[in-house]
Write a protein that binds this ligand. Structure first.
Ligand SMILES: [Zn+2]
Ligand SMILES: [Zn+2]
Length: 845
């Protein structure tokens, strides 16, 4: 990696003046970082006289070193926090470590180091790396989720959820990662292939007794995004994940008199239901099956229940099933319809029974064709032939046919349409009712792993599940454990840890030996930052809460859309209902960054050898260059490949700023501004420079507001070039000093060290980071206008105003756009357009 050496810094400018000193970030960056820290420049304290801004950026897993992706996420967030501070906000910008969980634990296992040793060593190193960034984190607010002082409150919150009926334990078929040897939440199982979110191993199902949080109680409320400014893709992902669907529950009766309920989002197609299907595990299958069908049905059920849900639901699999020999009655038209059992219906979803409408559902259509079952059309485009045979299911809108009282009703979910009409009919005949279902399931939080907060529950033979009393929290994680994953909870293997006494009766009892999902720790870390030393319930200082919350801006990865970002909303709402938090949402605004890829355009990985190490970049170029490059090189929300050439452009920029910003002692003496002509020219230049400065203030302010960081840097690069151009005419004047100082202030959030150094050298009062953000003057930014005469064939037809600095193309376009000129052109195309700069345009036809 080339260092920032000789070729990049001009030894002298055009006037031949030699510079005493080159820009050397090593000389200045560590110095300023130490000074800012000693002066507590970024300490955030309650101050009711100023507007507050809680700026939060997602905290890292300390599973290794800080990588360039962390820099990419955190640098613009830091720059924006700095910008807000300069604008007069009292900004809190805290940092911590999401220290429990699989990433750190797996890395520790690979190296055969105790997870605690490994995690805390990483935290130490990451702190050093983060300091090298020159960011404004208030380290007095640091929180580490693996510290007993932190998880004391994670456990306390668990007990609150338990006491309020929002945490419960139940036996169920749960997702299990065979590689990580633990259960996973449904949110941690990704994609159609159902892979573990961490290691991408296909998950399997296991029947286990596990703890769940009742997030489903909040399903409807979680769909309300009205109180927040979050990216549309995140809202959509959460909406789809929650998966609300409105429909009806319909009751079918078997001919033997057994009620079977089905849920359908299309009750209006009920007249087309020509058979029913029960899951093989459905309790009525054995009862309904007629003696002549018994052998075949039993064999089918045995085979089906040996398969996993994933195999059974695979879309490329042929749908199979067997007839039970029994019939049901369709409640709307009394049709006698056969009852089948088939493995594509799962007992774990809905009621474990479906009504099949082959004319309007492709899966049912395929099944009916395969087994020769009736297909009955009940929705058609208006005027279509009701006898025409279908070659595929018709899932589209139209009008109802063959549907008794509903014939002719337009198909759809709106008012006066078929779905509402069908539900009203069902309710009237007592065969069904409106039902809302959700795809969302309760959050499974038990983990059979070591590195997490122990679940603070004691099992007493007499009193059952007893939460550990508040005064006995935290339940500390023991260090002397065989912590490698075996499939059993490591805490279970400890000889004494689980043995305790019942808090109620004092009899021997045992502790829960599972640990909590680390997403539980991160659901409330923004509250711990409020007062990380606070040691009373609820784990944060209510005064700090009242001043700082809610979080005003939250930045981080979009991959957390249906995990952390949904859990933390649930957590806030659950705590609010207990009177612990306030308001609808914990985080008002969220913005996501993209990903930095290797120089080859691939995801960075050690095996590909394309990893960019931020420490090496800082050593080569300095933190300011790396910061500015990460903000300049990418549309932040998109990301892209690392580009070794583009960073050189940033290197050159900062060298130019350095030479521009260094005060030049000789300038005032050698270049007197006495001659009148020279002064007049300088006044014109000063106006132009002031205009460029104010245009840059406007652009930088707007773009900071909008999280558009790359265009801020390019604007400041252009301003630097403009100043360079006018340096000879203006240097030494108050206008010049004002322009350079303003450039430094605009750059300060992005490149905090070089600007602080130049600020000091220019004799300005410490610190540049405590200066007000430059005020924008729209009059100063406005372009001067000149009046141009527009001729058509040599005759004056119009006068238009254009910017004084406009180029030839712009001037011609403006003239040809003149309505008056166009009238005189009579629809003809010009054969020639002549431009006399600043004066006239002649359109020749
Ligand atoms: Zn896994
Ligand atoms: Zn007891």
């Amino acid at each position: 990696m080339a260092a920032h050496t000789d070729t990049q810094a001009p030894a002298a400018d055009k006037a031949g003046r030699a510079y005493a000193e080159r820009y050397d970030p090593k000389q200045i960056e560590a110095k300023w970082q130490a000074r800012w820290e000693a002066d507590k420049l970024y300490r955030a304290v309650i101050d009711p006289s100023r507007p507050k801004h809680y700026a939060l950026t997602m905290l890292p897993y300390p599973s290794g070193d800080l990588h360039i992706g962390h820099w990419y996420a955190m640098t613009p967030s830091d720059a924006r926090a700095r910008w807000l501070r300069m604008r007069g906000f009292n900004v809190m910008f805290p940092m911590g470590f999401d220290a429990f969980g699989l990433p750190a634990e797996n890395a520790a296992i690979q190296r055969n180091i105790h997870p605690a040793t490994w995690t805390y060593a990483n935290i130490d190193n990451m702190r050093k790396q983060m300091r090298s960034m020159g960011a404004t984190w208030d380290w007095e607010r640091e929180a580490v989720s693996a510290d007993p002082a932190y998880y004391h409150w994670t456990q306390w919150f668990f007990n609150q959820l338990f006491k309020h009926g929002l945490a419960y334990k139940k036996m169920s078929a749960v997702d299990w990662c065979p590689k990580d040897n633990t259960t996973l939440a449904r949110e941690q199982v990704v994609g159609e292939a159902r892979l573990c979110e961490r290691c991408h191993t296909p998950v399997i199902k296991k029947n286990l007794e596990q703890w769940f949080f009742r997030i489903t109680n909040y399903a409807d409320e979680l769909l309300d995004f009205s109180a927040m400014d979050w990216p549309a893709p995140i809202q959509l992902a959460q909406t789809n994940w929650i998966g609300r669907s409105e429909g009806a529950t319909v009751r079918f009766m078997s001919e033997q008199g057994d009620a079977m309920e089905v849920f359908t989002t299309r009750p209006d197609t009920l007249w087309g239901a020509t058979f029913m299907v029960l899951a093989p595990e459905h309790p009525l299958v054995a009862k309904l099956t007629t003696p002549d069908r018994q052998a075949e049905v039993e064999a089918y059920v045995t085979t089906a229940t040996r398969q996993t849900d994933i195999q059974r639901e695979a879309t490329d699999k042929d749908k199979t099933g067997v007839f039970t020999g029994a019939y049901a009655v369709n409640p709307v038209n009394q049709a006698r319809i056969p009852i089948w059992t088939a493995d594509y219906v799962l007992v774990t979803y809905g009621t474990g029974a479906i009504m099949a409408v082959p004319a309007h559902d492709q899966r049912d259509f395929d099944f009916a064709k395969r087994y020769g079952l009736d297909i009955r059309v009940v929705v058609q485009p208006e005027g279509a032939d009701p006898q025409a045979e279908l070659t595929a299911a018709w899932p589209h809108d139209g009008v109802l046919v063959n549907s008794g009282v509903l014939d002719g009703t337009p198909a759809g979910k709106g008012e006066g349409q078929s779905v509402k009409a069908a539900i009203a009919h069902l309710e009237q005949i007592g065969a069904g009712y409106t039902t809302v279902t959700f795809r969302l399931r309760d959050w499974l939080i038990s983990r059979q792993r070591y590195w997490g907060a122990p679940i603070p529950i004691i099992y007493c033979p007499e009193h059952g599940q007893v939460p550990v009393p508040d005064d006995q929290l935290p339940v500390e994680l023991p260090m002397d454990v065989e912590w490698k994953p075996t499939g059993e909870s490591p805490l279970k293997l400890h000889p004494t840890w689980a043995q305790t006494t019942c808090p109620i009766c004092g009899q021997p009892a045992t502790r829960d030996t599972d640990t909590m999902d680390t997403f539980m720790c991160s659901s409330w870390y923004h509250l711990r930052y409020l007062s990380p030393q606070f040691n009373q319930a609820p784990g944060f200082d209510p005064q700090e809460y009242a001043y700082w919350m809610p979080v005003d801006s939250y930045t981080g990865g979009a991959e957390h859309a249906t995990m952390h970002l949904i859990y933390t909303r649930f957590f806030h709402k659950a705590l609010r209902d207990m009177g612990i938090t306030q308001g609808k949402e914990p985080m008002l605004l969220v913005r996501n960054q993209g990903h930095i890829l290797g120089p080859d355009g691939q995801r960075m990985s050690k095996s590909r050898g394309n990893v960019i190490d931020p420490d090496a970049q800082v050593a080569a170029f300095g933190a300011d260059t790396v910061r500015a490059y990460l903000m300049f090189g990418y549309q932040w929300s998109e990301g892209g490949p690392w580009n070794t050439e583009n960073i050189q452009g940033v290197v050159r920029w900062l060298h130019r700023v350095w030479t521009l910003g260094l005060p030049d002692a000789s300038a005032a003496d050698s270049r007197p501004h006495s001659a009148e002509a020279e002064t007049a020219a300088a006044v014109g230049v000063a106006v132009a420079v002031r205009r460029a400065v104010h245009q840059a203030i406007k652009k930088a302010s707007d773009d900071f507001e909008a999280f558009e960081f790359n265009t801020i840097v390019s604007t400041l690069m252009e301003l630097t070039n403009a100043l360079y151009k006018h340096r000879a005419a203006l240097e030494g004047t108050p206008a010049w000093n004002n322009a350079v100082n303003t450039l430094l202030k605009l750059m300060a959030p992005i490149t905090p060290h070089i600007t602080e150094e130049l600020w000091e050298r220019r004799g300005q009062a410490y610190s540049i980071h405590q200066q007000a953000w430059p005020a924008y003057d729209s009059a100063a930014a406005a372009e001067d206008l000149v009046t141009i005469v527009v001729q058509v064939n040599g005759k004056v037809r119009d006068r238009i105003q254009i910017a004084a600095g406009a180029g030839e193309a712009e001037a011609k376009a403006a003239a040809l756009g003149s309505a008056t000129a166009r009238r005189f052109m009579g629809g003809q195309e010009p054969s020639q357009v002549i431009y006399v700069p600043g004066r006239l345009i002649n359109i020749v036809l």
